[in-house]
Design a protein around this ligand. Structure first.
Ligand SMILES: [Zn+2]
Length: 131
């Protein structure tokens, strides 16, 4: 499998849970999820790309024309998340899951992303309550 085979085009609207931690920088969030997913040893880079750098088919509606994808180099244990819109927890978790489970289908990744985000929401709640 070449590196290019690992592109994932994320399409769909982020869930409300994705916006809960907007005050924390995305790099902190990425490090948090790297720990949660047990991806220590991996280096994950995040690169913003311009919208003009992405080519869409003519039949893709304007609102779906955004790109979040990950390029994975398994040997070097390095992955680059590219994005042309603001990254949310949901995107980060989604792309990191591709890094962890390269053989998973898009549906599996989406289901696990939702589960992890909900779980994290509960943990945050518990932390606040015990204060
Ligand atoms: Zn994906």
């Amino acid at each position: 499998m070449s590196e290019e085979d690992n592109w994932c085009h994320y399409s769909g609207m982020p869930s409300p849970a994705a916006y809960q931690t907007n005050n924390i920088t995305i790099h902190d969030r990425t490090n948090h999820w790297i720990n949660v997913l047990g991806l220590s040893g991996w280096s994950i880079s995040i690169k913003a790309i311009s919208k003009e750098a992405v080519i869409y088919a003519d039949d893709v509606p304007i609102e779906d024309r955004y790109f979040v994808g990950v390029q994975i180099n398994k040997e070097k244990m390095h992955a680059i998340i590219y994005h042309d819109r603001s990254l949310t927890d949901e995107y980060v978790v989604h792309e990191l899951l591709h890094v962890k489970h390269p053989d998973w289908s898009e549906d599996q990744v989406n289901a696990e992303t939702e589960r992890l985000l909900n779980q994290n929401k509960d943990e945050q709640k518990e932390k606040t309550q015990s204060r």
